[in-house]
Design a protein. Structure first.
Length: 399
């Protein structure tokens, strides 16, 4: 098929237009914090991926099916597009039609046929106490099944906080010896393979689908932090991008869930919000196709994408009782400009010039226009008032 361009076979075969592919790839590149110039390469490689549809084996261990529920709500791409167009989901307890011996035969066949090339997704923690007897599938312990499947995997995706860090099953006193995939690799109980963690209880759907798309295109993971989480989704705290952040700066806090502050949408810090110590993109991508996220809906962040979040003193315990108080920021003008520059570079340069001074509209006027809604930001970039303040300081410095 040499010489085929974007939009030709196999896109036609899958009834995907060139415009649709480029639109999808632009969204993925933006979400993964990649340079805008990557879009054509991303599209070309994804086009090629359509013809090979790598095998995916999804193992569910000590879990609640919440991660699968989240995965089925992916909308960019949709779950249907993912499993019918981009990957071959050869084993998944909840989504597969087969059961019993037929299901296990499908897993073994996929492992043998695609040895060394299939992608392994794990959700749920793995019990290791008492030789792993606390959870078995077809007479095989979770640990034994994971050992078998990791051996032939090209890469491993630990989806959800249980698979990444142990999650709820690992909460004190952890009677089953629940462990995350990374701990098992580090302890030598399973073979070490390329691993990415996508924690959350559950993770944001688009984090799962976009990271899979990234691997399909580049055959490697995006940039990861020290906990093997993708920086594009976990590089910032929920607090940093929270729509209530300016109330935190103004020291306006809800004291109870039904008080006047709560009705006014004030900061939920005093009600136990763990946003300042939680790395996730909930405030950016939100849930239910960008509709909302817990804090916006009036509930404090639980910190579900961090290790040991079940054992951090209770969901509604004020962080001041757990950590030293977080003082309000007293930024210098230089620090505010730097913060505004980071906000611009992280959210705007995928669609606009890296140099705001080149805008047709004077850069320093843009925050005012955004506030007046004369112009509007993208849906996922509904900047809060404090974010517009620092953006204004940065853009104003670019006269």
């Amino acid at each position: 098929m040499q010489g085929q361009g974007i939009g030709e076979h196999p896109l036609i075969q899958h009834d995907i237009s060139r415009r649709g592919l480029l639109k999808f790839c632009s969204a993925m590149v933006s979400m993964l914090a990649l340079p805008a110039g990557v879009v054509p390469v991303f599209a070309e490689q994804l086009n090629k991926a359509l013809s090979r549809r790598p095998s995916v084996i999804w193992l569910s261990f000590q879990e609640c099916t919440g991660c699968t529920e989240s995965f089925t709500r992916s909308h960019a791409p949709t779950i249907e597009s993912l499993i019918f167009d981009y990957i071959s989901l050869d084993y998944h307890h909840t989504l597969q039609a087969a059961a019993g011996e037929a299901a296990e035969a499908a897993r073994l066949e996929a492992m043998e046929r695609h040895f060394g090339h299939y992608l392994l997704v794990v959700d749920g923690s793995i019990p290791v106490a008492d030789e792993g007897i606390y959870s078995t599938i077809a007479g095989t312990t979770n640990l034994q099944m994971l050992q078998e499947c990791v051996a032939g995997a090209a890469a491993v995706f630990a989806v959800g906080s249980c698979a990444a860090f142990g999650g709820l099953p690992a909460a004190s006193p952890n009677p089953t010896g629940a462990s995350g995939v990374a701990d098992l690799m580090e302890s030598g109980q399973i073979e070490t393979k390329p691993l990415i963690n996508l924690p959350g209880c559950p993770p944001i759907p688009i984090a799962i689908s976009s990271v899979l798309a990234h691997y399909l295109v580049f055959e490697q993971f995006p940039a990861l932090d020290a906990l093997r989480r993708p920086m594009s989704f976990y590089g910032h705290t929920v607090h940093e991008r929270c729509s209530r952040y300016h109330y935190y700066e103004e020291q306006k806090f809800a004291e109870q869930f039904d008080d006047e502050g709560a009705r006014q949408g004030w900061c939920l810090y005093k009600l136990g919000c763990k946003g300042p110590i939680t790395h996730n993109a909930c405030a950016v991508y939100k849930w239910n196709e960008g509709t909302s996220f817990p804090i916006e809906s009036g509930h404090p962040c639980l910190g579900c994408s961090e290790p040991g979040f079940w054992d951090k003193g209770g969901f509604y315990v004020n962080l001041d009782q757990i950590l030293p108080p977080v003082p309000p920021g007293n930024e210098t003008p230089e620090a505010a400009i730097e913060a505004g520059q980071r906000l611009y570079e992280e959210n705007c340069i995928y669609c606009h010039s890296a140099d705001p001074s080149q805008f047709v509209t004077a850069a320093e006027k843009i925050p005012t226009l955004l506030r007046s809604e004369t112009i509007r930001s993208h849906k996922r970039l509904d900047f809060s008032d404090d974010q517009l303040d620092i953006l204004e300081k940065f853009l104003g410095s670019k006269k």
